[in-house]
Design a protein around this ligand. Structure first.
Ligand code: MF3
Ligand code: CO
Ligand code: CO
Length: 330
C-alpha cells in the first residue's frame, strides 16, 4: 500500500501544457519539480504498535474528538507529564543523533517508532487525524508536518524532527532542527536564532501575564535578524490530549490575552523563516512549505507554568536556557 496520491504519469507534460493532475493550471505552475526543492517520496505502510501498549483514543479510528480538559492540571497529571516529557526529550535526542546524509526520512520514522515502543509509549502522531507516521520529518523549506518517506537526506539539508510520546495517559511534545552533514552559514544562523526565539518565548512564561507576551518575545527576536514568523501553526495546550484549547501564537497579537496560571501546560514551537512567513500545502494535506521555497526551522518544548515562572517538561540534558549564549552576560 502506498499513501502517495496523485501519482504523476510516466510521460510528463511539457512545461506550458496542462498539468497531469487535472488542476487546469500549466504543468510548470503546478507539479513541475523546482530545482533544489524537496520532492515527495513514497510513503511506506503504517507501522503497527504492540497490543500491550496503551493507546490514545484516536489510535484505532484516526478521528480526533476533543474532550473537555482542564487548562490547569492536577499534581498527578503534572507528575505524569514530567515522566512522558523526559521520555520524548530522550527519543528526540537519539533521533537527532541518528541523522546523517544517505538515510531516508522513513528510516528515521522506523527508529523513532522503535524507540517509543521499546519504552512502552505510543508514538502520538501515528493515526492522529489519519497522519500515517510516528514522527514528523520536515526538510529545508518544509515548515512542519512533513511525512517520512523514501527521500534520502543530502549533505547540507536541515531537518526538523517533531517527536510526541503518549505514556501514562499523557502526551509530551518536543522538536528540534538538525543539520545533515555540513550546512551553509545562513542555515546555521537560522537554526540558532530559531532555538533562541523558542527560549525567548519560554522565558516570557510568567504567571499572571497574558500568553501574548510569548509571541511578542519571539517576534521581537526574529525581527532583529529580519526573519519571518509563521502564523498558520501555533503552540497548543497539551496533557491527556495531544492538542487542547489553549492557543499560543508565536507573533504578537493582543487578542491572545488568556492569563497564564500555575498548573497550565502548553507548547511553544516557533517556526522561523529566511523569507516569507506565508505557507502552501502539498497535496498530501499535511506537508506545509514556505510559499517562496526558502528554508525554515523550528524548535518546540512542552512547558508548565509554575508559581514563579516556568518548568520545561521536555527538557533533558542540554535543554537549559540560563546557560544559553544570550543570557551569559545578564
Ligand atoms: N507534534 C506536532 C505539534 O507540535 C503535531 C503533529 S500532528 C501530526 O503540534 F498528526 F502531524 F502528527
Ligand atoms: Co506541538
Ligand atoms: Co510537536
Amino acid at each position: 500500500m502506498s499513501s502517495v496520491t496523485n501519482t504523476p504519469p510516466k510521460v510528463l507534460p511539457a512545461a506550458g501544457d496542462g498539468c497531469w493532475c487535472g488542476s487546469g493550471r500549466k504543468y510548470k505552475r503546478c507539479h513541475k519539480p523546482v530545482d533544489g526543492r524537496v520532492l515527495p517520496g513514497v510513503v511506506s505502510p503504517m507501522r503497527s504498535v504492540p497490543a500491550h501498549i496503551v493507546r490514545p483514543p484516536y489510535a484505532e479510528t484516526g478521528k480526533v474528538k476533543r474532550a473537555p480538559e482542564s487548562a490547569v492540571k492536577s499534581p498527578d497529571v503534572i507528575e505524569r507529564m514530567r515522566v512522558t516529557g523526559a521520555m520524548a526529550a530522550e527519543v528526540l535526542r537519539m533521533a537527532g543523533e541518528f541523522v546523517k546524509p544517505g538515510i531516508t526520512t522513513d528510516e528515521i520514522d522506523a527508529y523513532v517508532h522503535q524507540l517509543c515502543i521499546e519504552r512502552d509509549a505510543y508514538p502520538s502522531p501515528l493515526n492522529y487525524s489519519g497522519y500515517p507516521k510516528s514522527v514528523c520529518t520536515s526538510v529545508n523549506e518544509v515548515i512542519c508536518h512533513g511525512i517520512p518517506d523514501s527521500r534520502v537526506l543530502e549533505d547540507g539539508d536541515i531537518i526538523n524532527l517533531d517527536v510526541t510520546c503518549y505514556f501514562k495517559g499523557v502526551h509530551g511534545d518536543t522538536n528540534a532542527t538538525f543539520a545533515v552533514g555540513e550546512i551553509d552559514e545562513e542555515s546555521r544562523h537560522l537554526i540558532d536564532v530559531t532555538e533562541e526565539c523558542m527560549w525567548r518565548g519560554i522565558e516570557a512564561v510568567v504567571p499572571g501575564r497574558p500568553l501574548s507576551d510569548i509571541g511578542k518575545a519571539i517576534e521581537v527576536r526574529a525581527k532583529q535578524d529580519k526573519l519571518g514568523v509563521v502564523r498558520a501553526f501555533i503552540g497548543h495546550g497539551i496533557g491527556e490530549q495531544f492538542h487542547t484549547d489553549i492557543q499560543v501564537l508565536h507573533y504578537y497579537d493582543p487578542r491572545n490575552n488568556m492569563i497564564m496560571r500555575p498548573g497550565m501546560t502548553f507548547t511553544i514551537e516557533p517556526m522561523i523563516t529566511l523569507g516569507t512567513w506565508q505557507h502552501r500545502m502539498w497535496d498530501d494535506e499535511w506537508t506545509a512549505v514556505t510559499a517562496d521555497g526558502k528554508r525554515t526551522a523550528q524548535f518546540e518544548h512542552t512547558v508548565l507554568v509554575t508559581d514563579s515562572g516556568y518548568e520545561v517538561l521536555t527538557g533533558g540534558p542540554g535543554a537549559a536556557s540560563p546557560a544559553a549564549p544570550w543570557n551569559r552576560n545578564k
